[in-house]
Ligand binder design. Sequence first.
Ligand code: NAI
Length: 356
Amino acid sequence: MNTVMKRESPVRVAFFDTKPYDREYFDAYKSSFNVEIKYFPSKLSADTASLAKGYDTVCAFVNDELDAPTADMLVEGGVRLVALRCAGYNNVDLKAVWGRLHVVRVPAYSPHAVAEHAIALLLTLNRKIHKSYIRTREGNFTLAGLVGFDLFGKTAGIIGTGQIGRITAEILKGFGMKVLATDPFPNEGWAAEKDIQYTTMEDLFRQSDVISLHCPLTPENHHLVNSESLAKMKKNAIIINTGRGALIDTKALIHALKTHSLGGAALDVYEEEDEYFFEDHSASVIKDDVLARLLTFPNVLITGHQAFLTHEALTAIATTTLGNIQNYFDSGDLSNEICYRCTQKTCSRKETGRCF
Ligand code: NAI
């Protein structure tokens, strides 16, 4: 890769998958940085990567594709940095880009935004607010079919106790729930302080009334919630997923919902979401039969990957992303780089085997 020298001219940024709220927040802060942004509505993929020719940086989001062919085209077009305006990076083929393009991300923008959305989903689904909202607007004030359960005294299971999982766990403790957790890197000090018990995945599935997913999507935990794990869950358990869609085998989830072996599911993410999420399909037919079937269940609540969408998070996303870009082109600072070696656990930068 080229050596970095502080530059006088603005860094040229090709911004993919632009939505109105992205533009609002990036436009509000860009004047504090030496950047020039061209907003493209298209998602990044091998089909659209040529748009970035001549730009220094590409700014991408969760459903932009950074696979090997896309990386080849970006490198050929002169791009040196990919600045993800998100935390997750399962859409990046790190092996293909490592050593050719630097990829930076926003490691934390507002873990509260996501944790609070997970709780909003849980409360809405459990207390059937999504149904009563529609009923009362039509003048129907009946209560039949709206029975929920007290969270107080129940057990919650948190899968992944990183920044978001820990906040979710603490909020659930506030409801008076017993909280179990699982993580390959347990944070024992935090758990002891907050009275949270680490346990095995198996035990968490068996004991929890509410299960909330807060781990990144990796090849190891693809379809972590599958027919086998669903069979272990309590009959009326509720699953909340604000992590990544492919943590759940959606067909197995549908089967569990159809056979009444699950209380419900509240999903902010879906494994095939890149076809539909973030766009208005209200005037067309949904051709994804799995998504269409999910939407028919009264005990399934879906939001379109909106957990991050708060003023605080959008502000932090814009300022951190612009800072990541500026820092690299000013001084070669790559503090928020995603390290391929870390993901392979061969990184020497941190004793934990992880850079982040
Ligand atoms: P983090 O990196 O702080 O924490 C993730 C935790 O998951 C780590 O402690 C890690 O050790 C653990 N983990 C990894 N594999 C695991 C496994 N198989 N089982 C249990 N734990 C495992 O990440 P953070 O900031 O808490 O975010 C979590 C995930 O939430 C992100 O990777 C992203 O996919 C998702 N996310 C979703 C958003 C939304 O708008 N819906 C917004 C931001 C993040």
